[in-house]
Design a protein around this ligand. Structure first.
Ligand code: AMP
Length: 436
């Protein structure tokens, strides 16, 4: 038997969670003025080398690269920002009248990582990018958007970690301070950190091996090396978050591994008790020079990406309800004459927008009722030879237990009427679930 590839999985019983999350992603994106963008699952390898960074773990160790039959080197996208930025430039979205251009995406990303809880080789992200606004309110807006999405999913105990890297001058000053700080400690740190020390000392702070090393814990803080303008930007982001009532934690060690970040960076985490060490469900930040470095016009930008697998693992722990009815009406059929009529009725109801289903395996009545329960059907319509002759089904409301004959011609209208009928939970009478 051919099995699925390591680090991948099939979405079967969890599909309700994905659909619930995607529904909220579409809904909340609209509230914040973001429109969907779909970009290819593979891009030219160079795109990631020039954006994410040559010596990041993602690019140096984790990409799926392949040469196509035309000799081009392709890469399966390991993250969404680079592709959206490429699309922004290639489609000249910067010339659109609507500014900022706000885009969101949903889809698979691919990284050749060591699979573990919350870490896969194909995983899904919901991400967003806002192009054109340099103002700190845009940083705060993107964080508020991410938090509103989580609130819509009723996910509790999430913490927003934020930090500021500043722009180029602040980042250069910080790199220098870090090199000075780690000079005497780097000898007893991991090999990757020794490499990072030479290439980009900031990444030492992201190290998973040495994360408890005293030198990491005592490292200089980015905010102490910010220029005055960058400091003011960060202060303003905090003001906007406060005014929108978004709680946050300032996390001095949060630098995020990719080259392109400037100013605000953030992560949203759930407790380790919920997800273990892979407890970051969202990461993002500002990237003011990426568009320019990929040969677009200078355009400030800010974005985020949620990992859907981790988010869904957290939702499951929170008992997020995903049960939706899968059938409005289930036809319980007795005999072949009734089967033909049932299909006539079902097709009419489906064309009218009702979820109708029936037995296809010639099960007995008990078996068909069982299927109607598995389908979570609100109504069951019983139809046999006598019903065909009489021109009416026996309609059973599974919610109230009420059973009434309903003429074929009025079945659709009757089901629609009962589904939309206002219900009330009466304290003093027995009209439960029914209009008084
Ligand atoms: P990143 O930009 O790498 O921080 O990714 C953003 C989010 O995607 C993270 O906070 C995770 O929730 C998720 N993510 C990243 N890598 C993986 C992976 N290998 N498997 C599952 N989720 C991931």
């Amino acid at each position: 038997m051919i099995r699925r590839m390591k680090g991948t999985y099939d979405i079967t019983t969890d599909i309700g969670y994905y659909q619930a999350v995607e529904k909220q992603a579409h809904r909340v994106s609209k509230l914040y003025g973001f429109k969907e963008i779909r970009t290819p699952h593979f891009e030219a390898r160079d795109l990631y080398h020039r954006s994410v960074g040559e010596d990041t773990d993602i690019v140096s160790k984790e990409t799926y690269d392949f040469e196509d039959r035309g000799g081009r080197i392709n890469t399966l996208r390991p993250e969404g920002t680079a592709g959206v930025v490429r699309a922004f430039i290639e489609n000249k979205l910067y010339a659109e009248k609507e500014i900022p251009q706000k885009k969101y995406y949903l889809g698979s990303m691919f990284r050749y990582e060591r699979p573990q809880k919350g870490r896969f080789r194909e995983f899904r992200q919901f991400g967003a990018e806002s192009f054109g606004a340099a103002h700190p309110s845009a940083d705060a807006e993107i964080i508020a958007y991410a938090v509103t999405f989580l609130r819509a999913l009723k996910l509790k105990d999430v913490k927003v970690h934020i930090n500021a890297l500043g722009d180029k001058d602040s980042k250069i000053a910080y790199q220098k301070a870090l090199k000075d700080h780690f000079k005497d400690h780097i000898g007893d740190m991991c090999r990757d950190c020794q490499k990072r020390y030479k290439e980009n000392a900031m990444r030492i702070l992201d190290c998973k091996v040495d994360k408890d090393h005293h030198a990491i814990k005592s490292a200089p803080k980015t905010i102490d090396l910010l220029t005055d303008a960058d400091k003011a930007h960060f202060e303003s982001v905090k003001d906007y978050l406060e005014v929108m009532n978004i709680p946050f934690i300032i996390d001095h060690n949060l630098v995020r591994g990719l080259d392109y970040y400037t100013h605000t960076v953030f992560e949203i985490k759930v407790s380790e008790a919920l997800l273990g060490s892979q407890n970051a469900i969202c990461g993002g930040g500002r990237y003011n020079h990426l568009v320019e470095s990929l040969e677009g016009p200078a355009t400030p930008a800010v974005g985020f990406a949620f990992g859907l697998e981790r988010l869904i693992m957290a939702l499951k722990e929170n008992n997020y309800p995903t049960d939706t009815p899968y059938a409005h009406i289930y036809m319980v059929i007795m005999g072949e004459k009734a089967r033909l009529k049932a299909h006539d009725l079902m097709q009419k109801m489906r064309l009218g927008g009702l979820m109708a289903d029936a037995d296809y395996l010639q099960k007995n009545i008990k078996g068909q009722f069982k299927q109607s329960e598995h389908k979570n059907a609100r109504f069951v319509a019983i139809i046999g030879d006598a019903e065909v002759d009489g021109g009416a089904v026996n309609l059973k409301d599974q919610k109230t237990g009420e059973e009434t004959p309903v003429a074929f011609e009025t079945l659709y209208a009757e089901v629609v009427e009962r589904l939309t009928r206002p219900t009330h939970e009466c304290q003093d009478c027995d009209h439960k679930g029914e209009k008084k």
